[in-house]
Design a protein around this ligand. Structure first.
Ligand SMILES: C[S@@+](CC[C@H](N)C(=O)[O-])C[C@H]1O[C@@H](n2cnc3c(N)ncnc32)[C@H](O)[C@@H]1O
Length: 234
């Protein structure tokens, strides 16, 4: 059986790959052909190259496979990415927004940021690596434009508040957020469901309308992904 790639219904810029053994994966179209980012398989198909998107390494991929209703990342979108690390997921976001879009990558740890610069941003003109603390958005306000979407995966206490503070400055009204909640880094003594509820309450208080909460197991234990829209005046 030969490999086949087709658009994933309902998810612009995401593809469904059928491998030689008949199994399925998701993928994005490689904006930097010939370059992988984290050892993912590259697949050439009909004049394009695709990067297999690993749900065990990337929570957005896990959310898609766990039933995400819509992905608020599309061609041409500007995305603010909080907690970009070395670029595993940010590179797929870069693939999806394409040449007309942009990904502003905030990361406060110098080592992953260096990897992000050397291995990823160097080959992708639509990414801006920014060494900064996501808790202090005013410090990078002059480097980031108004964005259509914020993705937050900082694995820190106060994640929802960090996201809300960034949204106030950078997110267009009606824009979208996805928040990956790593429950255990917030308070190990509390049950995950209790933590999700608390984070959701913070988002709602700050003008977000929650659309979906997805638990990411088996890809990611004790994590959830929240999809919400920013409607601060409602
Ligand atoms: C779970 S990892 C992100 C993984 C990445 N989103 C991916 O899927 O490829 C969390 C990252 O957030 C960064 N981080 C944590 N707190 C931060 C903060 N306050 N400001 C900026 N980066 C932060 C960490 O250094 C780490 O690289």
């Amino acid at each position: 059986m030969s490999v086949k790639v087709e658009p994933l219904p309902k998810f612009d810029g995401v593809y469904r790959v059928t491998l030689e053994d008949g199994s399925h994966r998701i993928a994005s179209k490689n904006l930097a052909p010939g370059k992988d980012v984290y050892g993912e398989r590259l697949i050439k198909y009909a004049d394009a190259e695709y990067r297999v998107w690993d749900p065990y390494r990337s929570k957005i991929a896990a959310a898609i496979l766990k039933g995400l209703k819509m992905l608020p990342i599309r061609a041409g979108y500007k995305v603010l990415y909080l907690g970009a690390a070395s670029g595993t997921t940010a590179s797929h976001v870069s693939d999806i927004v394409g040449e007309e879009g942009h990904v502003f990558c905030i990361e406060f740890a110098p080592r992953p940021l260096k990897e992000l610069v050397d291995n990823v941003c160097r080959y992708r003109p639509n990414m801006s690596p920014i060494l900064a603390d996501a808790r202090l958005p005013e410090k990078y306000a002059n480097m980031v434009e108004k964005v259509d979407m914020i993705y937050c995966d900082v694995a820190q206490p106060e994640q929802a508040q960090i996201l809300a503070d960034n949204a106030k400055i950078f997110l267009k009204k009606g824009g979208w957020i996805m928040l990956a909640i790593k429950a255990r880094s917030i308070d190990v003594t509390k049950e995950p469901s209790e933590i999700y509820k608390r984070e959701i309450a913070i988002l709602e208080k700050n003008g977000f309308q929650i659309h979906q909460v997805i638990h990411l197991e088996p890809y990611d234990k004790d994590h959830a992904m929240i999809l919400a829209q920013y409607l601060p005046d409602k």
